[in-house]
Design a protein around this ligand. Sequence first.
Ligand SMILES: Nc1ncnc2c1ncn2[C@@H]1O[C@H](COP(=O)(O)OP(=O)(O)OP(=O)(O)O)[C@@H](O)[C@H]1O
Length: 202
Amino acid sequence: MIRFEDVCLSFGGKTILDNFSLEIEAGEKILLNAPSGRGKSTLIKLLLGFIRPQRGSIYYKGKKLTGESIHSIRRDIAWVNQDITLRKLKVDELLKEVGDFSANRNINFFGRLDELLEEFALSREILHKNIDKLSGGERQRLGLIIAILMDREVLLLDEVTSSLDAAMKRKVEEWIASTHKTVILISHDSHWNTDNFRVVRW
Ligand SMILES: Nc1ncnc2c1ncn2[C@@H]1O[C@H](COP(=O)(O)OP(=O)(O)OP(=O)(O)O)[C@@H](O)[C@H]1O
């Protein structure tokens, strides 16, 4: 479904990815495991087309990622990164904004909101809070909930559990293990049960 083929990338003369290849099947759960600075987040940005490889190619469902194809590819992907927006919006305003994206208008974006708030132990009161007033763990859970509501085929989760307690980390892992979606996870947490993931190291 996703294929990195001999990808080379360097920043300012420093090689970050050197002939990096990886093939990911639909529905796979991938845990990217490399020391800090090795290019894990960069890999995700390449897949989203935010940066381009100097050499090599990236394919999504057999289609080469180009300036033209990237827009349709992005519509299949939900991305949760380390710094979910710090804009001074209330949570319900943010949800409305995301629900209004054209790519989200044909799904019942709010249909599962209550169920997911309950599953990830957030009270409905959070909807009236400003995003910048949320705790780190609340923000991570909110980011994950938004990604789930978007109902895309691929989830890119970059450090979404670092501020969560052990029970909630398990809950997130259970959700990932049970979904049919393709998930690429970056995490420095050590709690992951590697039976649930294909660990990619470099
Ligand atoms: N746009 C950029 N311009 C220059 N250097 C960059 C750019 N993006 C990333 N880098 C550098 O590339 C390297 C890889 O960064 P990246 O964020 O992908 O690492 P990572 O493996 O995700 O690290 P961490 O685990 O610490 O989050 C780092 O040295 C970073 O400073």
